[in-house]
Write a new protein. Structure first.
Length: 212
């Protein structure tokens, strides 16, 4: 998730571990907002950049915010070969858009029985084969999903005959539907689709909701 103008100092050298947050960052005399002031709720997964003037490293990724800390969840790029940098107490951390927040991540699937959606997917298009009649889409855990929304679409035009059922991960739910629901939530109209979004804070909600 993205929040405007949020940038903070680092209270103590985090190394490659969780980042203990300090105060609002001040750059050229202009103060940023703390994460709390920017409206970030506890447990929210945010896109961030970490700039370290002490050790000269930089990093971008997704982290989970919990009031005084930002726990690194996934590193998408860094000056340390894509791994977490060994950050010093001179670091600044900002909420910022990542490339994958802006670029649609589309995956085309020819599926007969089951597809497992990736945590990095944003749009998945399905070309269903004719057998068997029913197929499943296994959703990633809400807590690990990286994007703002997930769009699942039948591009074969045969979902009425060969529907696809959405199967939430573990105890997760989609607008009240769980993996044990009977019937499951389905894509069952030709060229139909569904858009779902994580209920925030996704780290603890265990829930998706259907979005228009």
């Amino acid at each position: 998730m993205l929040y405007d103008l949020a940038g903070m100092t680092v209270a103590a050298a985090p190394g490659t571990g969780a980042i203990t947050l300090g105060a609002a960052a001040v750059i050229s005399g202009i103060s940023r907002l703390t994460f709390a002031q920017a409206g970030v709720p506890n447990g929210a997964t945010v896109s961030y950049s970490l700039l370290d003037s002490g050790n000269g490293g930089c990093e971008a990724g997704r982290g989970v915010y919990n009031g005084t800390t930002l726990t690194r969840a996934a590193i998408t790029a860094s000056s340390n070969g894509g791994n977490a940098i060994n950050a010093s107490s001179s670091s600044l951390v900002f909420i910022t858009a990542l490339a994958e927040d802006i670029t649609n991540r589309t995956r085309a699937v020819t599926v007969s029985t089951t597809d497992t959606v990736l945590a990095s997917d944003q749009i998945v298009t399905y070309n269903r084969t004719a057998s068997p009649a029913a197929g499943n889409i296994n959703l990633p855990a809400v807590s690990t999903f990286l994007g703002p929304e997930l769009i699942l679409v039948d591009i074969a035009g045969n979902a009425f005959t060969y529907p696809l059922s959405l199967v939430p991960n573990g105890t997760d739910s989609v607008s009240g539907y769980t993996a044990s629901s009977n019937p499951l939530l389905k894509i069952n109209s030709n060229y139909g689709g569904i858009k779902i979004k994580p209920v925030e804070p996704r780290a603890t909600s265990g829930a998706w909701y259907i979005s228009p």
